[in-house]
Design a protein around this ligand. Structure first.
Ligand SMILES: Cc1cc2nc3c(=O)[nH]c(=O)nc-3n(C[C@H](O)[C@H](O)[C@H](O)COP(=O)(O)O)c2cc1C
Length: 204
């Protein structure tokens, strides 16, 4: 079982990366293969809304997202993290999320009829991680919901949505054993969900 971790923070070694890594550790402890990719420094262009993906479910833009599509397709699970930037995900994370539009299919006559190819070929599972500096969850704004709803739309069931408050300085999360343990437990749950899916599949 493969799990891909993606950090949407431009800050390498920051709190988001630390906590995404902790979720991956939790999954690795259950036997999953894991890989962490940071969006910082990658060339990910904005979705042009050209709709050329409508029939192929492939994006025509040639940039680093192509490598990520391949990794997403090879992975059974995804851990996606973003810091809160003004009550939202970072611009980097939004660029990534918008490019997942290639994984939606719409009825030609009625766009209210839609699904994700992932639902058809095999639902995937995810954990999201939102990180902010304030102590009130309201100050995270739409950070978790922007990730959770988008991933749900493209065929992921979000098994846990980790919310980490009060982290500001780079890597501060590394010193918070309680928060790290919460993140590891989310990784355990993601791996256990995949194991359960495997067991059900084998019972047929
Ligand atoms: C441009 C910018 C906007 C931010 N907006 C918010 C915010 O709306 N609410 C909040 O609690 N923290 C906000 N923060 C703080 C970050 O979410 C916080 O420092 C986080 O730990 C950064 O994660 P990282 O170490 O993974 O980059 C903001 C930081 C930056 C740079």
């Amino acid at each position: 079982m493969k799990i891909l971790g993606i950090s949407g923070s431009p800050r390498q070694g920051g709190n988001t990366e630390t906590l995404v890594r902790a979720v991956l550790e939790g999954a690795a402890a259950r036997g999953c293969d894991t890989e962490l990719v940071s969006l910082g420094g990658l060339q990910i262009g904005e979705c042009l809304g050209c709709n050329q993906c409508a029939d192929t479910f492939r994006c025509v833009l040639r940039d680093d997202m192509q490598r990520l599509y391949q990794k997403l397709e090879e992975a059974d699970g995804l851990v996606l993290g973003s810091p809160t930037y003004f009550y939202q995900v970072t611009g980097l994370t939004k660029l990534f999320l918008d490019r997942l539009y290639a994984y939606e299919a719409f009825d030609e006559k009625d766009r209210s009829v839609w699904l994700s190819p992932n639902e058809v070929f095999g639902l995937k599972y995810a954990v999201t991680v939102a990180v902010c500096e304030q102590r009130d969850e309201a100050d995270m704004g739409y950070t978790s919901i922007a990730m959770d709803r988008t991933l749900q739309a493209v065929g992921y069931r979000v098994v846990d949505s980790v919310k980490a408050l009060r982290f500001f300085a780079r890597g501060e999360a590394r010193k918070d054993e309680e928060q790290l343990e919460k993140a590891r437990r989310a990784g355990n749950r993601l791996a256990d969900t995949l194991l359960l899916a495997q067991k059900v599949r084998q019972s047929r």
